[in-house]
Design a protein around this ligand. Structure first.
Ligand SMILES: [Zn+2]
Ligand SMILES: [Zn+2]
Length: 372
């Protein structure tokens, strides 16, 4: 009565297990939760059906055939595709530009997305396409900048220009002068919703950082915050610098003490000169770390540069300032274009040429300032 033989019982178990596994597989693939979409456009690789699953849109193959392995993530860089977008992407093999992506560092970005054949993977895959610059790199199309140079690239000293949604080093994109890019400097015109005006980018290039900007909005907390944008030499990119960041300075102070000992008088002078802007910011009570930092960054000028600004170790911004004093004192600006410096004998030795643009100065000086 209701008792099964051992064999029948085992068969029953086996059958039940099979049903459960099958169910679970179906469940995993198509059913829950809610409706996973089936895209209209076919798989670009095998022409099969592309369906949504938990994390991806994936080829499930033609009827009766195996999936070919093509798939792409539903939320690349933190932005989730609408089904219609995924369909369009599949059909046109590109979509966008779409807004709302987020880099690993948390910066929002806008990009086109393309589906491209990858020779190594022998299948199509999704790629971000950042427009002009990247296309240019791939097509070899040469970029012509429309704007005046903003200043010297902090990596290589070449001119920085606007390009698409970025400020870029002129050597980071193919140009008539240099078809093969050799630099990587690039910084967004809008960073965390904060527009970075040309004026601010020029300031960053000339002095190492922008004014305190107050319209950044954190992606994580959605709250506005203030920060400087500053060239982070170690990271090799533009980074945030906050008002209070004492921890960054103590190690440099020791370096300052050393150079200070070597030339006590000079660092004192440098401190005096920087005292004004520091005092201005002192209202924000956090400017204190600035002064030691500037002293610490003092570098010995080359012999050529020393002939112009003196032999005392200086930070680059200070060197730029002294250079300008020299230029003004000797009336070396081109009267037709004040942005052009016409070199006298001493400056020619520094520039290595007869004239230089004012925005080149910081870059040129950088090359003439020795080790820290
Ligand atoms: Zn396929
Ligand atoms: Zn560069």
């Amino acid at each position: 009565k209701g008792q099964l033989s051992r064999e029948a019982f085992m068969q029953e178990i086996a059958a039940m297990t099979e049903r459960m596994v099958k169910k679970a597989k179906e469940y995993d693939r198509d059913t829950i939760p809610g409706d996973y979409a089936t895209l209209q456009a076919p798989c670009p690789n095998c022409g099969g059906v592309v369906k949504e699953n938990y994390r991806r849109f994936a080829c499930v193959g033609k009827p009766g055939a195996e999936p070919c392995g093509f798939s792409f993530g539903k939320s690349p860089a933190g932005r989730t595709f609408e089904t219609a977008e995924a369909d369009q992407l599949l059909r046109d093999k590109k979509i966008g530009p779409l807004e709302g992506f987020r880099s690993k560092a948390g910066w929002p970005f806008t990009s086109e997305i393309v589906i491209k054949y990858d020779d190594e993977a022998h299948n199509y895959k999704l790629e971000f396409d950042f427009g002009d610059d990247k296309n240019a790199e791939e097509s070899g199309e040469l970029v012509e900048f429309q704007d005046a140079a903003l200043g010297p690239c902090p990596i290589c000293g070449a001119d920085v220009h606007e390009h698409g949604s970025n400020y870029v080093c002129s050597k980071s994109v193919p140009t008539a002068g240099q078809p093969t890019p050799s630099c990587t400097f690039k910084s967004g015109k809008i960073i965390l919703q904060q527009p970075v005006e040309r004026e601010q980018m020029s300031k960053l290039l000339a002095t190492g950082k922008t004014d305190l900007l107050d319209k950044f909005v954190s992606m994580r907390t959605r709250r506005a915050f203030k920060a400087f944008l500053a060239w982070d030499k170690e990271a090799g990119k533009v980074n945030f610098e906050f008002e209070q960041r004492d921890s960054k300075y103590p190690p440099r102070k020791t370096a300052a003490a050393k150079t200070g000992a070597a030339g006590a008088g000079k660092t004192g002078a440098a401190a005096k000169k920087t005292a004004k802007p520091a005092a201005k910011a002192a209202a924000k009570k956090t400017a204190a770390p600035k002064a030691p930092r500037k002293q610490a960054a003092g570098k010995a000028p080359s012999a050529e540069l020393a002939a112009v600004i003196g032999a005392e170790p200086v930070a680059r911004p200070e060197a730029v300032k002294k250079m300008w004093e020299y230029i003004k004192a000797n009336n070396l600006q081109d009267p037709k274009d004040k942005r052009t410096i016409v070199a006298d004998a001493k400056l020619r030795a520094v520039f290595g040429k007869d004239s230089a643009g004012m925005f080149e100065l910081a870059g040129i000086l950088g090359k003439h300032l020795g080790g820290e």
